[in-house]
Design a protein. Structure first.
Length: 333
């Protein structure tokens, strides 16, 4: 069935979704088949859709970081939605006590509480109005370290990075992109997408470069970059939430611990709780995507239900090669 580009949601449009001034620029960038039917372009050594790159460039040119900003950085499908909810509730717990009945997390999707810089605020290439943000501003991005706006590096802005087992990331991404594609028109073959992933052609990929850059920064600048793993938060949620609070200089008091605030934050942000909220079962984001697409299984190790022996061997080989000597271990794999 033929579908005209402009009748597609913005995230599925190729060059029609970007401003006139940017279009020429894309004609000279390397391009590959995208995960959602459109193309991905290589800009500053990472892959993304034309519309995303437009947002990245606008953000690089216009975003002015503040010392008190907190930016959540993730590789897509690493658990962004989960960490957005944890961050929002943690940092705003004075303004919005966790036991409050009409807490914002209960009525808004985490992506509406902590917007993406390049995918939401700067997506149209325009200067957004950030005046409604109160300090500390909570923002998020998938942008690789080397492509962050300069002011983020020059300021005391803190970066919280979340990583996840690439096998689970791949499976999560495969499901996610198939849901967002117009599946009455086509679907992604897992084999084809797997080959692209291993070649490094995935949103904001290569995955390994993304992870390794932030890993290195977290070692060199531990007060600026906190490196977290999805699997570690699953295994030791209380410990990791307290680490996050310490890093952000808003540690829990003994009184809060005794009142059960830490446990309540983890409960509110759990997959079970978030995925059953009405806003997340029937609401939509401003981009047109349904909120429910961000909640699938929320488990560690679902890749085992999909990977063949050959896929496992191939990805093991790539992981060994790319992460060798970095000191980064995927302990929970
Ligand atoms: P994004 O990067 O596109 O924003 P992101 O939130 O990172 O997406 O990915 C969604 C994944 O996080 C899904 O994983 P799955 O496909 O393996 O199931 C989703 O289920 C999982 N997820 C969402 N919320 C939670 C949560 N509260 N706890 C644990 N995992 C979660």
């Amino acid at each position: 069935m033929a579908t005209s580009q402009t009748s597609l949601p913005k995230y599925l449009q190729d060059l029609e979704g970007v401003n006139e001034v940017y279009r020429k620029f894309f004609s000279v960038l390397p391009k590959e088949k995208g995960w959602m039917g459109t193309y991905m372009y290589n800009y500053q050594d990472f892959w993304a859709s034309a519309r995303t790159i437009q947002g990245v460039i606008a953000c690089q040119q216009q975003f002015q970081a503040q010392d008190s900003d907190i930016i959540l950085v993730t590789s897509p499908k690493a658990g962004t939605t989960w960490l957005k909810s944890l961050l929002f509730v943690l940092v705003n717990r004075k303004k919005h006590p966790v036991f409050e009945q009409n807490h914002p997390l209960l009525v808004k999707n985490p992506h509406d509480l902590i917007p993406f810089l390049e995918l939401t605020l700067y997506a149209d290439g325009q200067v957004p109005n950030l005046s409604s943000f109160t300090s500390p501003r909570l923002l998020s991005t998938h942008v690789p370290f080397a492509s962050l706006p300069k002011s983020v590096l020059d300021s005391r802005t803190k970066l919280v990075y979340l990583c996840r087992n690439p096998r689970d990331i791949f499976i999560s991404m495969w499901h996610f992109t198939n849901k967002l594609r117009l599946h009455h028109i086509d679907t992604n073959s897992m084999e084809e997408m797997f080959d692209l992933f291993c070649k490094g052609v995935s949103p904001y990929g290569p995955f390994w470069n993304h992870v390794l850059e932030y890993w290195k920064q977290s070692i060199e600048k531990p007060n600026k970059v906190l490196f977290l793993m999805y699997e570690e938060i699953k295994a030791q949620p209380k410990l990791l939430l307290k680490c996050l609070a310490e890093f952000l200089e808003c540690p829990f008091s003994i009184e809060e611990e005794n009142l059960g605030v830490v446990d309540e934050i983890l409960r509110m942000c759990s997959f079970e709780s978030l995925s059953n909220l009405e806003v997340n079962t029937s609401g939509k984001l401003s981009t047109g995507a349904e909120n429910k697409v961000f909640f699938r299984k929320g488990e560690v190790g679902d890749w085992k239900n999909y990977f063949t022996t050959e896929m496992n061997e191939k990805l093991n080989h790539v992981i060994e090669q790319k992460f060798q000597g970095s000191g980064l271990r995927f302990l929970y794999i």
